[in-house]
Design a protein around this ligand. Structure first.
Ligand SMILES: [Zn+2]
Length: 211
C-alpha cells in the first residue's frame, strides 16, 4: 500500500469503524482509506447531487466566505482563477466573479469540459474537494503546476486533529471522503514546494506559489 499523497510505503493503522479502516502515512501524515472502500462513479455522483451549493443560498455563501474573504484579500484586481471541483451549483464562482475576478470552473461530474485545465491561473480554489480525491498527490500537483508564480491555492477541507477526535468525527462517515489532511500534512506538502501554508480558522488553507 502506497500513500496516495506522497507515495511512501509506510502506513500505520489509524482507526476502524463499522464501515471502513483508516491508515495514516508515516511520512506525510495523511489519513486515508484503502482503495477497496472507494465508491463506484455512479454512487459518487448520486452523493454529490445531494450536496447543496446553490449560488443564491445565503447560508452557503457564508460558509464559502471563510475561504473567499481571506483569499480575495491576497489577490490583485481582475485576477484569473479556477474553481476546481465546483459542484452542481457553483456558488463560489459567482461570488468571485461578483468581486471582479475572471473565474473558470471545472468539475468532473457537473462541468467536465477539461479546457480550463490547460490554462494558468492567479488563483485556484478547491472547496470540500481534497477529501474526495482518490489520488490527492497527483491532483494537487496538477493544480500547483497550473498556478502562475505568485499565485494562490485556496483549499477548504476539515482537518484531522488526532485519533481520539477522529473516532467521533462525522466527517469520516461520508463514504465519499477518502483522504483526510491535518495541519502537519499541509505543512509537509508546502515544504516540498517552498510554500508555508496559511491556516485560517479550522478548515481553510492558503498556499502561495513563489516561483
Ligand atoms: Zn504520505
Amino acid at each position: 500500500m502506497h500513500c496516495p499523497l506522497c507515495g511512501a510505503s509506510g502506513a500505520e493503522f489509524f482507526h476502524r469503524d463499522g464501515q471502513r479502516e483508516y491508515l495514516r502515512c508515516v511520512d506525510c501524515q495523511l489519513v486515508y482509506v484503502p482503495p477497496r472502500y472507494f465508491l463506484d462513479l455512479e454512487s459518487e455522483r448520486a452523493e454529490y447531487s445531494l450536496h447543496e451549493n446553490d449560488p443564491a443560498d445565503e447560508g452557503y455563501r457564508g460558509f464559502l466566505s471563510r475561504l473567499a474573504t481571506p483569499l480575495m484579500e491576497r489577490l490583485p484586481g481582475n485576477a484569473r482563477g479556477l474553481d476546481f471541483g465546483c459542484g452542481p451549483g457553483p456558488a463560489l464562482v459567482a461570488m468571485l466573479r461578483e468581486a471582479g475576478h475572471d473565474v473558470s470552473r471545472y468539475d468532473p461530474f457537473f462541468f467536465p469540459d477539461r479546457t480550463p485545465l490547460s490554462r494558468r491561473y492567479d488563483f485556484i480554489t478547491a472547496t470540500e474537494v481534497v477529501e474526495h480525491l482518490h489520488r490527492p498527490g497527483e491532483e494537487l500537483e496538477r493544480l500547483w503546476a497550473m498556478l502562475r508564480p505568485g499565485g494562490w491555492l485556496g483549499i477548504m477541507t476539515k482537518l484531522v486533529i488526532d485519533a481520539n477526535a477522529f473516532a467521533g468525527w462525522h466527517y469520516k462517515n461520508d463514504l465519499t471522503h477518502v483522504s483526510f489532511f491535518s495541519r502537519d500534512t499541509w505543512t509537509w506538502w508546502g515544504e516540498c514546494r517552498d510554500a508555508r501554508p496559511v491556516f485560517v480558522g479550522n478548515d481553510v488553507i492558503l498556499l502561495r506559489r513563489e516561483r
